[in-house]
Design a protein around this ligand. Structure first.
Ligand SMILES: [Mg+2]
Length: 161
């Protein structure tokens, strides 16, 4: 069983650059929504994140929404607004969602990176699947379970190849 260390750990998604992805050998990003692109209570990301998504697309990086959120409407409305393929109820760290995403994109696991804010879903799933794991600091700091979860994640909040 792989340990859920991220390959890369950044403050937020806007720190991800085409140069970094090239270095990682990655051409597609699987994007978590809640706590990663925006707070769970929001319906659209902040403008810098929208700009970042646009820049990634313009650089030829393939983007795909891979969300564990169970609210079909929330995920669909956002993904359609930013014109990206998507999955809700992805059940990360389970592998079925990762496999379907890779199949739909026509990319191998090693050509993909999962970008997410949670160690035991996003990072662990990515490690199991064999893609790169990019951990970002969660934007969901207002949730009551934020600190208990952070405490449980502490041992794995450092980069490891
Ligand atoms: Mg999340």
């Amino acid at each position: 069983m792989p340990l859920p260390f991220p390959h890369v750990f950044l403050p937020d998604v806007t720190h991800i650059t085409p140069a970094l992805l090239k270095q990682l050998g990655v051409s597609g990003l699987l994007l978590d929504i809640d706590g990663t692109l925006m707070q769970t209570r929001d319906s659209m990301p902040a403008q810098p994140v929208l700009d970042w998504m646009e820049n990634m697309k313009n650089a030829g990086i393939i983007l795909y929404i891979l969300s564990n959120n169970k609210h079909h409407h929330r995920v669909k409305a956002f993904a359609e607004a930013v014109e990206l393929p998507w999955q809700h109820l992805a059940k990360k760290p389970g592998l079925a969602g990762f496999r379907l995403a890779a199949q739909r994109l026509g990319l191998r696991p090693d050509q993909l990176a999962m970008v997410g804010d949670q160690t035991y879903t996003d990072v662990f799933g990515a490690r199991r699947f064999g893609c790169k794991a990019i951990l970002v600091d969660s934007t969901d700091t207002y949730l009551w379970y934020f600190w208990p979860r952070r405490l449980a994640e502490l041992p794995f909040r450092k980069e490891r190849p």
